[in-house]
Write a protein that binds this ligand. Structure first.
Ligand code: NAG
Length: 129
């Protein structure tokens, strides 16, 4: 399975990272709860955006995100890939302004968008213009 998409906010899903594989210590995190909780979600967003102080796991996410983008989440386990895709879908659908802002920060040249777009479309994910 191609992992690509996963990326942009690949990590929103939480996760952290070691050298070969990202840590699994957050694998039991309840993503749905975070997505349902606007205050909590916003805290992660503002952490990634760099406008607010990060929580410990937010910081770990922020640190790993560039690597996850670069490697297409190849160090993510299946659970993390599913989580990343879920978060990506949620953000694009419900928080497209956040998504676009994060894209401008983490993919300023648009190279990742170019790299992952085809795979995203195959998964039925339409990146906001
Ligand atoms: C967008 O938000 C609604 C309401 O919280 C939710 O039911 C829906 O699943 C979200 N969309 C995606 C793609 O996750």
């Amino acid at each position: 399975m191609k992992v690509a998409v996963i990326v942009l906010v690949a990590a929103f899903c939480a996760l952290v990272y070691a050298d070969s594989e990202y840590t699994t210590k957050y694998d039991n995190i309840d993503l749905d709860e975070i997505l349902r909780n606007d205050r909590l979600l916003k805290a992660y967003y503002e952490c990634l955006e760099g406008t607010k102080t990060c929580t410990k796991d937010g910081l770990e996410l922020k640190e790993i995100l560039p690597d996850a983008l670069k490697t297409g989440c190849s160090k993510c386990n299946d659970n993390q890939k599913r989580g990343a895709e879920k978060v990506i879908r949620f953000l694009i659908d419900n928080k497209s302004d956040w998504w676009k802002n994060l894209e401008s920060i983490y993919d300023p040249s648009g190279s990742y968008r170019k790299k992952y777009q085809e795979d995203a479309v195959k998964r039925g994910i339409n990146l906001p213009a």
